[in-house]
Structures are given as structure tokens and as C-alpha cells.
Ligand binder design. Structure first.
Ligand code: HEC
Length: 157
């Protein structure tokens, strides 16, 4: 009796195991881009609108720079980034990416293969890449666009 019960339990356990992990998809990519904060910087107007995603500009980059000791950087147009890349090339690129601040490039290194593939498929699904974001401006030079200053306050010693 006990043996039967045990083996029934083992079978039930086996049936509960997932057959396969979640497959990459455009829908998962949209969710990852939202919880990963990518639109906060790479989609112009997103943060200011309280997180309303305008598909016409989603991940097309921003003309508002971030100025700090590194110069002034602009969130890249990610549609253009992925345009020439295969899915495998993007997984490799994102897994090794290092950029200037304030891009949290190290966060991408924690994404799973499924998450990076989903992100790629989502970005590819967005359509026309459009114009690149403005060029990086070196420290000490003034940008020709609006910018946000990222500088810690100088605290008295
Ligand atoms: C705090 C703002 C910010 C957030 C959040 C952010 N990025 Fe960025 N990202 C940037 C900036 C600025 C650059 C340009 C860095 C430079 O010029 O070196 C950049 C660059 C990149 C690049 C390099 C593009 C290229 O063509 O070289 C990729 C890829 C990227 N971001 C993906 C993402 C993804 C995916 C997310 C969400 C998980 C994300 N970023 C979140 C600001 C941000």
C-alpha cells in the first residue's frame, strides 16, 4: 500500500515538472523592457508620461542627454542597434556590452538567453528604426540639445 502511494507520488511529481522553459517571444520582450527600465531612458517622453508607451517612438532613443564627468551621452536608438544584427549576434553583444554611464550595462549581463532573445524579437517587431540619437559629446564641450546633469553635490569636507 505504502509502495503504491509512494510511486503514485513520484509520478505526480514528474508530471508537475515543467516540460520546457518559457520560449522567447515578443510579448515577453515587451514585459522585460518594461520591468528592466529600458523605456525610462531609451523611449523619449516615456518617464514624463508616467509610463505610457507610445509604440511610434518605443526604444528609438532620446535627444535628452545625460551630462556627467564622462561627457554627455544619449540613450541609443535600440532599433538601429539591432537592425544589422542576427538574434545570436545580439545575445553575444548584450552579454559583453560595456558603455559609458548612466546605461546600466551590467544589468544586461544578468539576463538569461530567453530574456535577451525576447528583447531582440520585441525590438525587431517595433518597425522603422528612424534616426540615430545625437552623438556623444566629450567632457568640457557643450551639447546642442537639452540635457540632465548627473553630478553629486559637493559636500563640505
Ligand atoms: C539610465 C538610463 C538608461 C537605462 C535605464 C537603460 N539605458 Fe541603455 N543606454 C543608455 C545610454 C545613455 C546609452 C549610451 C551609452 C554611451 O554612449 O556610451 C545606452 C546604450 C545602450 C546600448 C548600446 C547601444 C549601441 O548601439 O551601442 C544598449 C544595447 C542598451 N543601452 C540597451 C538597454 C536595455 C536593453 C535597457 C533595459 C534593460 C537599457 N538599455 C536601459 C541609457 C540607459
Amino acid at each position: 500500500m505504502l509502495r503504491h502511494w509512494l510511486s503514485a507520488g513520484l509520478w505526480a511529481g514528474a508530471l508537475l515538472l515543467p516540460v520546457h522553459a518559457e520560449e522567447p517571444s515578443v510579448e515577453a520582450g515587451l514585459r522585460i523592457s518594461n520591468i528592466g527600465g529600458c523605456h525610462d531612458c531609451h523611449t523619449q517622453g516615456f518617464a514624463e508620461s508616467g509610463g505610457k508607451l507610445d509604440p511610434a517612438v518605443a526604444l528609438k532613443g532620446s535627444t535628452v542627454g545625460f551630462m556627467g564627468p564622462w561627457g554627455t551621452t544619449y540613450p541609443s536608438n535600440l532599433r538601429r542597434t539591432v537592425e544589422p544584427m542576427s538574434e545570436d549576434a545580439f545575445v553575444d553583444f548584450a552579454g559583453k556590452l560595456e558603455t559609458r554611464p548612466p546605461m546600466p550595462w551590467f544589468n544586461l549581463h544578468h539576463m538569461t538567453d530567453m530574456e535577451l532573445r525576447s528583447l531582440y524579437r520585441y525590438i525587431k517587431s517595433l518597425g522603422e528604426p528612424g534616426e540615430p540619437a545625437p552623438d556623444y559629446v566629450v567632457p568640457g564641450e557643450m551639447p546642442k540639445t537639452p540635457y540632465i546633469v548627473f553630478a553629486p553635490p559637493q559636500m563640505p569636507g
